[in-house]
Ligand binder design. Structure first.
Ligand code: NIG
Ligand code: FE
Length: 411
């Protein structure tokens, strides 16, 4: 199967070599080719260049991309799209001024979603999750990470992870699974937090590892949830089973979670709305990707990750949606791109790098997706006719995508 895209107005995120990620000043550079072609063979990118060098060959499909941009699909490295029902019932309380913590204290929050999920059958959970995955793929997401963490019992955590596995088997895009048993303390363990951590380490973790249902381990390191010490204990245990950390830290408070993540070689540390100078310093010259989730800041009305300051300090940055029912009920990476530019003062080049190559790295997928590089998957977005790529984040809320291709196949 051969597909040839011709007359592409601008081909974005073109990298001759496989790179892991971009950081600091390099984030402001987005390599592109104007008036370009792209050749896809058997689902992979096999050639690209300027139109004057376009090979004269037979293709099964020729797509005329006059006036349109072509770019790698979004790499959404942090989501919770496997959940049951929604939390719209908490929305009005939130509008009236109740905080995330106050809603959780009233019986809402993560435990509310856990109750719903425990009462939902595996098939029903799959059907609900599948709809969300279809939705975000149509919005340009071509690689995604999905977390457990609304089960909070062995049975329900495994149910969530099996649903993620079923999505992996049924869909053509790369999906990574993260075990987030340490998302909240179930009511039964309210006064026995140590008991839940022991259950996680001695019971859930070995089974998750044995069934090979997870690629990564996550902890919600936060005041009222898992302490820095709890986090370290859980990460150490995960490591023994070969699960690399990707953790929730500094959403509401800076406690030292970033440092623990770095110490245990976390692939990413996510949220980072509250950052002290020492948290930024701890991330310098490490392999840990900072991940900002501006949809969560937008929805909860909490500060945005100081991404401008972090990039200026030389750090890399990835962007993800955090799609979940409580703090970010949207999986729209295009909105995340706009929010990153408008609210976090990233340039369009920085935001596109953060949402593609750096997001791919934050899922361990930088060799497969995230750039236009020979040998990578042809997971690409073809835009509607637009004047420049900056128009995508600028004209927020509109859909600038015409077609999404996964492995070179039109959605
Ligand atoms: O990333 N903060 C922790 N976990 C999710 C929210 C979970 C929920 O409220 O259901 C997050 O924001
Ligand atoms: Fe999250």
């Amino acid at each position: 199967m051969r597909t040839l895209f011709k007359n592409i107005k601008e081909l974005l995120q073109v990298r001759d070599q496989n790179i892991a990620f971009v950081s600091g000043k390099a984030m402001s550079k987005l390599p592109t080719i104007k008036d370009a072609y792209l050749l896809v063979e058997n689902g992979l990118i096999s050639d690209f260049g300027t139109m004057d060098a376009c090979p004269n060959l037979e293709a099964d499909t020729v797509i005329d991309a006059t006036g349109k941009m072509l770019l790698p699909t979004w790499c959404d490295s942090h989501t919770h799209i496997v959940y049951a029902g929604n939390r719209e019932s908490e929305f009005v309380d939130k509008i009236k001024g109740l905080s995330y913590q106050e809603i959780a204290n009233k019986g809402g929050g993560i435990l509310n979603s856990a109750k719903k999920l425990q009462e939902t059958s595996e098939d029903a959970l799959y059907e609900q999750s599948k709809k969300r995955l279809d939705e975000v793929m149509a919005l340009g997401t071509g690689a995604i990470e999905i977390k457990s963490g609304y089960g909070l019992t062995l049975k329900s955590e495994l149910k969530m992870l099996r649903v993620i596995k079923r999505l992996k088997e049924s869909y053509p895009l790369p999906i990574k699974a993260t075990f987030l048993g340490a998302h909240a303390f179930p009511n039964a363990f309210k006064n026995n937090k140590d008991g839940y951590i022991k259950l996680l380490i001695e019971n859930l973790l070995p089974q998750v590892a044995q069934t090979q249902l997870a690629n990564y381990i996550d902890v919600f390191c936060e005041t009222g949830y898992f302490s820095v010490e709890d986090t370290e204990r859980i990460l150490k245990a995960g490591k023994q089973y070969g699960l690399q950390p990707k953790i929730h830290v500094n959403q509401f408070t800076s406690l030292g979670g970033v440092q623990v993540g770095v110490k245990h070689n976390a692939l990413s540390v996510d949220h980072l709305e509250e950052m002290k100078a020492e948290d930024i310093d701890a991330l310098k010259n490490t392999n840990t990707m900072p991940v900002a989730l501006p949809g969560c800041s937008f929805f909860l009305g909490i500060p945005y990750t100081p991404a401008r300051e972090m990039i200026d300090a030389g750090l890399p940055m990835a962007l993800a949606t955090d799609y979940n029912p409580g703090s970010s009920p949207s999986g729209n990476m295009n909105f995340v791109l706009s929010t990153a530019c408008i609210k976090m003062k990233l340039t369009p080049e920085e935001a596109i790098n953060a949402a593609t190559i750096n997001g791919a790295y934050a899922m361990g997928l930088e060799k497969e997706v995230g750039s236009v590089t020979i040998g990578k998957k042809a997971n690409v977005i073809l835009t509607k006719p637009i004047n420049s790529y900056g128009f995508m984040p600028y004209a927020f809320g509109s859909n600038h995508i015409e077609t999404v291709f996964i492995n070179g196949v039109k959605l």
